[in-house]
Design a protein around this ligand. Structure first.
Ligand code: ASP
Length: 323
């Protein structure tokens, strides 16, 4: 996907005044439908980030800058855009006058982008991803409130790390998952719980802001076309090794298996995973369960992804292979 980058200063403000930078990438939050009653038959990624900000009058009080980094439906998220986004976020966070960065994003791959940025940047300032489950034209569009809440989160005292602000909650990139395909309250952190609730523009803190060690931008500086392929397979009744052998034959460097229960894998699938592991393909074993991770690691078991969901384990393996 071609990526258009442009910056514009939304407000006239003194050059050293503390501000929030809003990076637009598209998604349903920037989507439009032909009728206000249509919550599913819309086109994502139609409105500019400046237009989204202009729809929230309360944000006219806040010093903001907007930058359209991309305009895509996030189901098409690419490594090239992840690389660019990480670079733009790092660029803005390094500016003394920037208090934090907000990213408007589609909900489909939001947890993946959040985890990628968390592992690469683990920033001391807040990076707040936000989104919407209804297009901007909907009768009850959730985007404007989510955008307002995301900016409040970026300005909250002590805020830090990569987080997601959606439907009145702040979740950490490491824990957050999209758990519902349609409901406005589509994301949560499972048993880890949210970092904060956002009520009337104020954060009520429930646990500490995230800390973490950044892998840094060097590993993701290579041409994204050369990033290793890391695939995902699921264990299920009647599973066999055909997919895994095809992946290895076509050049995969890593495979995450979303196992049943506590990361258990059908014997025929496991046989193929061990076969390709012996050929040098890296394997990580996660669980397809919506809650919980892989607990314990029996001697000789395929390597565990611990508490990571399958899609986040895939990113972890990708970043390991890149480093
Ligand atoms: N397909 C959309 C996207 O991820 C869905 C959304 O934003 O809710 O961009």
């Amino acid at each position: 996907h071609p990526v258009a980058v442009f910056s514009s200063s939304f407000h006239k403000m003194p050059s050293n005044q503390a501000r929030v930078v809003i990076l637009g990438t598209g998604g349903t939050i920037a989507g439009t439908a032909a009728t206000a009653a249509d919550g599913v038959g819309y086109d994502a990624a139609q409105l500019s980030v400046q237009t989204l900000v202009a729809a929230v009058p309360a944000l006219s009080e806040v010093p903001l800058e907007c930058e359209q980094v991309a305009q895509i439906d996030s189901r098409h998220m690419s490594y090239a855009l992840w690389q660019l986004l990480a670079q733009r976020v790092a660029h803005h966070l390094a500016r003394a006058e920037v208090a934090g960065v907000v990213i408007t994003h589609g909900t489909d791959t939001l947890e993946e982008t959040a985890y990628f940025l968390h592992r690469v940047l683990a920033p001391n300032k807040p990076v707040v991803l936000t989104a919407a489950m209804r297009p901007a034209t909907a009768l009850l569009a959730d985007g404007p409130q989510n955008l307002f809440d995301a900016v409040q989160t970026a300005l909250a005292p002590g805020a830090r790390g990569v987080v997601v602000a959606m439907a009145g909650a702040v979740d950490h990139a490491a824990d957050v998952r999209k758990r519902h395909s349609y409901r406005v309250d589509a994301f949560d952190s499972g048993e880890a719980g949210p970092i904060a609730c956002i009520e009337e523009g104020r954060l009520r803190l429930l646990r500490d802001w995230p800390h973490g060690a950044a892998l840094g931008l060097d590993g993701v500086a290579h041409d994204p076309a050369t990033w290793p392929r890391v695939d995902l397979v699921t264990s299920h009744a009647g599973a066999d090794g055909a997919m895994v052998r095809a992946m290895a034959a076509t050049g995969t460097r890593g495979i995450v298996v979303a196992g049943t229960g506590n990361g258990t894998v059908h014997q025929d699938l496991e046989a193929a995973l061990r076969e390709v592991q012996a050929q040098g393909v890296r394997i990580l074993r996660a669980t397809r369960c919506a809650e919980g991770g892989v607990v314990g690691e029996a001697a000789g078991a395929l390597p565990s992804a611990g508490t990571l969901s399958p899609v986040k384990a895939r990113i972890e393996l990708l970043l390991e292979l890149l480093s």
